[in-house]
Design a protein around this ligand. Structure first.
Ligand SMILES: C[S@@+](CC[C@H](N)C(=O)[O-])C[C@H]1O[C@@H](n2cnc3c(N)ncnc32)[C@H](O)[C@@H]1O
Length: 210
């Protein structure tokens, strides 16, 4: 297996020394899509936010720098990624603004109705049971709280050849913008908007718990 294939395969659950390298690389490589994604929502200074599949922790750090009275939680099912996220967010953790937890989207270690915003960058592709996992997120969102899904790949004929290679390597799930609407509705969300950058094959979906 070549370097690129080894690298891509790590994205599902970065582990070990090479996983840490991949986590740090994603922190840098995902900067463009992360910032494009965060712009899709309003982040109030007192927001309680959860970032699922937080990986190397840069989204958590950027969200923490946007809030003065809020709190940002990150969660990931890779222990190596939670360690890395803790290192990257050390000063915010020491100030009590950030908390990083180890765990899965399928069983979130949080109370009902806790978050104003839940974000998920480049991770929903790997979730084991999409509808049930989205319902679990709905549980921890406040009424009026928002889910932001941001992904640099969605199902589109223009990118089919490239995307099929990734799907095969990573066993990931992809959806069209219409399918996003369907699965979010099925899980009980009210869709606010779904934006795409069709040149780059990027997608951001914002949905609300009513
Ligand atoms: C491609 S990486 C993206 C990391 C980070 N969000 C970013 O944009 O750089 C996907 C992340 O989702 C995590 N992940 C995948 N499935 C998960 C699940 N079921 N529960 C929690 N985290 C998960 C992986 O461990 C990995 O850190």
């Amino acid at each position: 297996m070549g370097f690129l294939e080894k690298y891509v395969k790590q994205c599902r659950k970065p582990s070990g020394g090479f996983g840490r390298f991949v986590g740090r690389s994603m922190n840098i490589g995902h900067t463009g899509i992360r910032r494009w994604g965060i712009k899709q929502i309003t982040v109030n200074p007192d927001a309680y936010i959860l970032d699922i599949g937080c990986g190397g922790g840069r989204a958590v750090k950027e969200l923490a720098s946007m809030t003065s009275d809020g709190k940002i939680f990150g969660i990931d099912y890779s222990e190596n990624m939670t360690e890395l996220s803790k290192r990257v967010n050390k000063s915010f953790i020491n100030k009590g603004i950030v908390e990083i937890k180890h765990g899965s989207v399928s069983s979130l270690p949080f109370e009902d109705n806790m978050f104003d915003i839940v974000t998920a960058f480049e991770t929903y592709y790997f979730w084991p049971d999409l509808i049930s996992d989205l319902k679990e997120i709905l549980r921890v969102l406040k009424h009026g709280g928002k889910l932001l899904l941001v992904n640099e790949v969605y199902k589109d004929a223009k990118f089919e050849k490239r995307n099929n290679k990734w799907v095969e390597l990573l066993q990931m799930q992809l959806h069209t913008p219409d399918e996003y609407k369907q699965f979010l509705n099925k899980a009980g969300y009210h869709i606010l908007h779904i934006n795409t950058d069709s040149e780059r094959n990027w997608i951001a979906a914002v949905a609300e718990k009513v």
